[in-house]
Write a protein that binds this ligand. Sequence first.
Ligand code: HEC
Ligand code: HEC
Length: 370
Amino acid sequence: MFKLQYTFVRLTSLLILFFLPSVAGSESQLPTRQKTIPAHRAADYIHAIIETDRTIYSQYIVERLGETVSLQTSENWKKTDSLPLPAQFLLMSSKLVNSKNLGIKYRLMSLWPINKNNAPQTREENEGLKKVSLRPGQPHTWTGNKNGQVFFNAIYPDLAVTKSCASCHNNHPKSPKRDFKRNDVMGGVHISFPISKMNTTSSQKNPVVTPEVVADYVHAILEADRTVYARHIVNRLQKKNIIYASENWWEENTLLLPAQFLLNASDLIKNMRLGLDYKLASLWPINPHNGAANKFESVGLERVASQPLRPYIGTLQIGKQSYFQAIYPDIAVTPACVTCHNSHPKSPKHDFKLHDVIGGIVVSIPTESN
Ligand code: HEC
Ligand code: HEC
């Protein structure tokens, strides 16, 4: 039923495509039909990634392991061999993303912060937090200028989804508010990124961003959350013999492998039906399900294995909806990646070396014609 059509576009040629429509093949009406993403939708995608990773961490790590093996979570996690709070997890990965200077920034904040650094820093942040407290059903958005660049801003409410959110904050000695109830808005996540300058006349009214930039943001957040998880949870607690990560994490009451953390969060994203999708893939998968699903993925995985500096990109058309796709290399950054994959009985490849490309992260994002 679906009309499946791939257009392979190398990033290096993309800039040329905007100006030389004849090179673009099926995209021959560029630049008028250049694909874009409305900024408010891009913010929804970014927020969904932050939220789903937070959900996996809160439910599959903090709550499950607290109940089954009494693994503690505490503000002083470094000193007490326990898990960081979900808020601390988010704050650590947002620092990593913000430090990359990709344009995107995000932070968790509140009108009643336990940590004063998490108070609103501008009049807009203050207003936005008030707005989402009154109307949590939708984010508060605005555009603003900074250093000659127009930024899109969105504040999403942060809700007391469990009783423990409210009780811990209510009882915390540094909390300025002591009557939070379940489902109250406790704060918000402020996301900001520069909007594209390509259609300057309408860009303030209907701000858009280019899909390759949004894919970079999505990938940066996935990477940061995975790094925080691998470094501050898995590696730290394994070294101290507190708990281990294992493939059968559910049965064994252990931590999820970093790959499983990512794959479980990606299932949640699919269930949100935003059209946004990401997955891990490899030409040498331990799990056959993670093999290349089509020609775009097999060509792209080969390309990022030999040229890992930039993602391999393309577009996909399903019915009337078009998607931008990018494959980012997934590199064996620690010896553990190498030893586990090389020694795994189901791995078809046993000679990975440190810094080799083990596979890729495939990101798909719905686009619109602009
Ligand atoms: C065990 C205690 C505890 C629990 C449970 C907890 N928090 Fe927090 N939360 C904290 C602490 C401590 C901070 C400050 C972290 C820091 O140092 O920046 C914080 C920070 C925050 C912030 C940033 C503003 C601030 O207060 O500094 C928000 C928003 C927040 N938490 C919301 C939540 C939500 C929503 C939940 C439930 C899903 C939750 N918290 C669960 C203790 C907790
Ligand atoms: C303790 C073992 C272990 C470690 C350490 C480990 N992996 Fe994996 N990895 C697995 C298993 C098992 C799967 C299959 C997960 C599934 O889909 O069920 C997997 C899946 C993957 C996949 C998807 C393709 C496939 O093989 O199924 C990639 C890519 C990947 N890992 C990369 C890495 C990288 C990069 C690191 C280091 C940062 C790493 N892995 C660390 C065990 C490990």
